[in-house]
Write a protein that binds this ligand. Structure first.
Ligand code: MTE
Ligand code: CO
Length: 422
């Protein structure tokens, strides 16, 4: 590489001096002292020996220095790891796509390991011709690619009555956003021929939990997909390999993994996951049911409890994610003073329907205490509520569908903590 500096090729020393000066003009932002920095002046081990050959990792892995970037569970949440959750490390990610190995996992009877050659998808019930597809059959239908978020309805469920878990990984990490490749469910249903009284479908998983949910036919024929790829590669076992249902914008529980059967019926089945679970008990003792759509929501991923400000005062990048099960996110507001003043954040990256959106807000940190919040607006005009506004309407018994505004308190050392300002 040749570096041209003020019209001539500088000596190494002159270039380093120049770099240090440039750092200074960024008001402290790239202020590493170049002069005498051994990381620059001394040969590092990796410069003195040959690196790995191309075939050392036929299926590549992240750098060993990224070993701390992990899905993590909260042990006291559930009784057993086979019916449990781990969380996406949102604070470590950027952009909008979740890497496959970091997508949170939620399963009710562990991960099934299915031989794709032995996998079948049956469509039966109120259809003209019951059908059974193998994987090769499915791949002969026209394919589509879509980026969608999947959020568990229980995401942020532990935060209903007040701030509890310390980190956006745990408060908001039951979400992932990947590009799916698969076939429209509509084509498969058309192939079987839905009878006129076929108004609902019931997808069923091939795992030991045999997960089932009732989904109205309009949604099934609208944008549901039966998929086998995520981010270009085969689904990971924990995400339902070899086949999963995608139900865009709707609660994660309906996205049946290890999909083996779809029954067509004339009414909902009222199974466990739509009666005892995934319903919301209101203050008056009645329960909301069939609350499928995920409301607009956002979270600041950095600074946050697991991503403190380490660089001291001066230029600071605030970033986060926003999403809505009803469309796109044209706007996110952020505040650094607990809601006294709001600023419109800068959206960056693709704005796709029912996909995560990335926002940034650059500010000059004066070294004082901060109360950080973000507020999403979706393309229907809906604005993310405060937790108090949510509780006013929903009471305090809920677990699912908590899309209230999250607050992080940042102290003078840059350390952040989960608090509630409503
Ligand atoms: N499908 C089957 N077959 N078994 C399951 O336990 N869990 C559901 C859903 N589909 C589940 C399932 C729940 S509650 C959620 S939130 C999502 O899958 C989680 O998807 P993920 O593991 O890809 O994050
Ligand atoms: Co779930």
């Amino acid at each position: 590489m040749t570096v041209s500096f003020k019209g001539k090729t500088p000596s190494r020393r002159a270039f380093l001096k120049g770099a240090a000066a440039a750092g200074g003009t960024l008001a402290g932002a790239g202020a590493a002292q170049a002069a005498g920095d051994p990381e620059i002046t001394e040969l590092q081990p990796w410069m003195q020996q040959l690196g790995d050959g191309v075939d050392v990792a036929p299926y590549g892995k992240p750098s060993e220095y990224e070993a701390h970037v992990q899905r993590r569970t909260v042990e006291w949440l559930t009784a057993d790891p086979v019916s449990s959750i781990n969380f996406t490390p949102l604070h470590e990610l950027d952009g909008i796509i979740t890497p496959n190995g970091l997508c949170f996992e939620r399963h009710h009877s562990g991960t099934a390991h299915i031989d794709p050659a032995k996998h079948r998808l049956m469509i039966n019930g109120l259809v003209d011709t019951p059908l059974v597809f193998n994987m090769a059959d499915l791949m002969r239908f026209p394919r589509e690619n879509h980026v969608y978020f999947l959020e568990c309805a229980a995401n942020s469920g532990m935060e209903w009555r007040g701030a509890q878990l310390n980190g956006c990984q745990f408060t908001h990490g039951m979400i992932h956003n990947v590009m799916y490749t698969g076939v429209k469910l509509k084509y498969l249903l058309e192939e079987a021929g839905v009878k006129t009284n076929g108004k609902w479908i019931m997808p069923e998983g091939a795992d030991a939990a045999a997960m089932t949910r009732s989904i109205p036919m309009e949604k099934a024929l609208d944008d549901c997909l039966v998929v086998w790829k995520m981010n270009g590669e085969a689904l990971r076992p924990e995400q339902g390999y070899p086949l999963r249902l995608v139900v865009p914008g709707w609660e994660g529980n309906m996205w049946v993994k290890w999909l083996r059967r779809i029954e067509v019926g004339d009414e909902p089945w009222h199974h466990r996951e739509e009666t005892s679970k995934y319903t919301d008990l209101l203050a008056d003792g009645t329960a909301r049911r069939f609350t499928w759509e995920m409301d607009a929501k956002s979270v600041i991923t950095s600074p946050s409890p697991q991503a403190p400000i380490l660089h001291g005062k001066g230029p600071t990048v605030l970033t986060g994610l926003a999403w809505s099960g009803r469309g796109t996110i044209p706007r996110v507001d952020v505040t650094i003073d607990g809601g006294k003043t709001w600023h419109e954040a800068r959206m960056s990256g693709p704005s796709l329907d029912k996909s995560m959106h990335r926002f940034y807000f650059e500010f000059d940190w004066d070294g004082g205490e901060l109360l950080l919040q973000s507020r999403a607006h979706d393309s229907t005009g809906y604005v993310q509520p405060t937790k108090d506004e949510l509780r006013e309407y929903r009471g305090t018994n809920s677990i699912y569908h908590n899309n209230g505004i999250q607050t992080w308190y940042v102290n003078k050392n840059g350390e952040a903590e989960n608090v509630e300002v409503s």
